[in-house]
Design a protein around this ligand. Structure first.
Ligand code: 8X3
Length: 251
């Protein structure tokens, strides 16, 4: 994939087709990385890759075969891995929650991250100076009603991140987690509520200036561009209007 003419450091971003993933791909490209945009929706990532001078690779992190295809498309070291693919499905209370939705959340937020990380470790090691940035959430730090399937999965993302940092200590690979609160994107809430636009809009209703995808991409890019000896363990981000999960200022 890399050529003699292209000596840019390589960043792989999963879930790059929209929202935080697409914004991160743009921001890392702006910082000089050659970005591999990985996601299921090829039309979107091909357009994004063309825009930023990157590479599009179709990838579903919940499929071992698909992740093997991502690895096959790489050639040489990888310096940055952003495990962004994830999401929330449903908001039912535990009494009536759908186990299949919980399974799907664990599959993408935890097992998908595991699968991509395992597969990319050799290329990250080969770089001699790499950073893995996992997309966590404030949902990985607290509990809230109707959120247990997602909060359990994002607590999983957090603990896997911490464990990986312990296990790779001594290697030239830094491990970080970015944990945002309320971020207004086109799809996160819409997907969570099964396409119900009114419910999705209500999440951000009246919130003056929620975070946007570019804010998170900016943080990820900052983490990825610190000097090699500086590991940002975790970064919790919320909009000014959200003092805590249940404390949101609305006008
Ligand atoms: C998203 C944050 O508040 O919807 O990761 O759980 S929240």
């Amino acid at each position: 994939m890399t050529t003699d003419e292209d000596s840019r450091r390589v960043a792989v971003v999963t879930g790059a087709s929209s929202g935080i993933g697409a914004a991160t791909a743009r921001a890392l490209a702006g910082a000089g990385f050659r970005v591999v945009c990985a996601a299921r929706r090829t039309d979107r990532i091909e357009a994004l890759a063309a825009e930023i001078g990157g590479v599009a690779v179709a990838c579903d992190v919940t499929s071992a075969e698909s992740v093997a295809g991502l690895i096959a498309a790489l050639d040489g070291p990888v310096h940055v891995l952003v495990n962004n693919a994830g999401g929330a499905f449903g908001s039912d209370e535990i009494a009536i929650a759908d186990p299949e939705q919980w399974q799907a959340m664990y599959d993408v937020n935890v097992i998908g991250l595991l699968r991509v990380t395992q597969a990319l470790l050799p290329a990250l090691r080969e770089s001699g100076d790499a950073v893995i940035i996992n997309m966590g959430s404030t949902a990985g730090r607290i509990a809230y009603e109707g959120g247990a399937g997602y909060t359990a999965a994002k607590h999983g993302t957090r603990v896997v991140t911490e464990t990986l940092r312990l296990e790779l200590c001594g290697e030239p690979i830094r491990i970080s987690e970015v944990a945002p609160g309320l971020v207004q994107t086109d799809e996160f809430a819409l997907v969570r509520f099964g396409g119900d636009q009114a419910k999705a809009d209500a999440v951000y209703d009246g919130v003056p200036d929620p975070l946007v995808a570019a804010d998170i991409a900016d943080a990820i890019t900052w983490i990825a561009t610190r000097p090699s000896h500086v590991n940002i363990d975790e970064m919790v981000m919320r909009p000014r209007a959200q003092a805590a999960q249940h404390k949101v200022h609305r006008v």
